[in-house]
Design a protein around this ligand. Structure first.
Ligand code: COA
Length: 175
């Protein structure tokens, strides 16, 4: 994986006035639940950097390039959503890109404990970056990238849970 520290920032000096948020995650793959959170975030922020980050406990099915291309395709008509990646700290990537907020989606109470710890750790690492929690729409509360992958692996119907191009990509992985 590329180290983002070798890449130029995705924002520049004239973006200082914009309200920019990172939306970090593994996105293996992006789901309609993630898209719902991004769309909600666009009501609050001028720009969202969907940031593919490393969770050391996960072995992704899709490569970084595949995940990135799938996210880009979802937002090809919006210049307010851009895709980044980092193998470093999320808060460092946020500062580098003039972002002072991290968006995380909450689906159920069970998400809260983990998210609470992550948010507090990020705050401990960098006080100027805050975490903003958004509630996902009720119809997405039960989905995760893993349960969609598991269904696709067993040829289950995942139509309507992910965008069509993601559904095709999953079917291709599990032919
Ligand atoms: N709709 C559907 N699914 C959702 C969702 C939503 N709205 N919100 C969360 N999920 C699912 C994801 O699909 C994912 O499912 P999976 O576990 O089956 O893959 C799961 O909930 C949560 O994963 P995700 O949001 O991708 O986060 P993560 O826990 O994999 O990754 C990172 C967390 C990458 C943000 C975190 O590890 C990180 O910040 N890493 C960088 C290093 C760092 O800065 N560390 C310091 C902080 S400790």
């Amino acid at each position: 994986m590329m180290n983002d520290l070798n890449q130029p920032p995705l924002t520049d000096a004239q973006d200082q006035e914009l309200r920019i948020a990172l939306y970090p995650g593994t996105f293996d793959p992006i789901t309609n639940g993630h898209i719902d959170i991004i769309e909600r975030g666009l009501h609050l922020f001028d720009r969202i950097i969907v940031t593919i980050a490393i969770n050391v406990q996960k072995v992704p099915l899709f490569s970084l390039e595949e995940r990135s291309a799938m996210i880009r395709e979802c937002f090809q008509n919006s210049d307010r959503v851009i895709v980044g990646c980092t193998d470093g700290l999320i808060v460092d990537y946020a500062l580098k890109n003039n972002a002072h907020a991290i968006i995380r989606g909450l689906r159920a109470v069970s998400d809260f404990d983990y998210e609470f710890q992550l948010a507090l750790m990020n705050r401990r690492l960098e006080r100027t970056v805050d975490t903003v929690f958004l509630m996902t729409a009720f119809r997405w509360i039960y989905i995760s990238s893993s349960n969609i992958k598991n269904a696709a692996r067993c040829k289950g119907k995942i139509t309507g849970l992910v965008p069509e191009h993601v559904e095709r990509a999953l079917q291709k992985k599990f032919v």
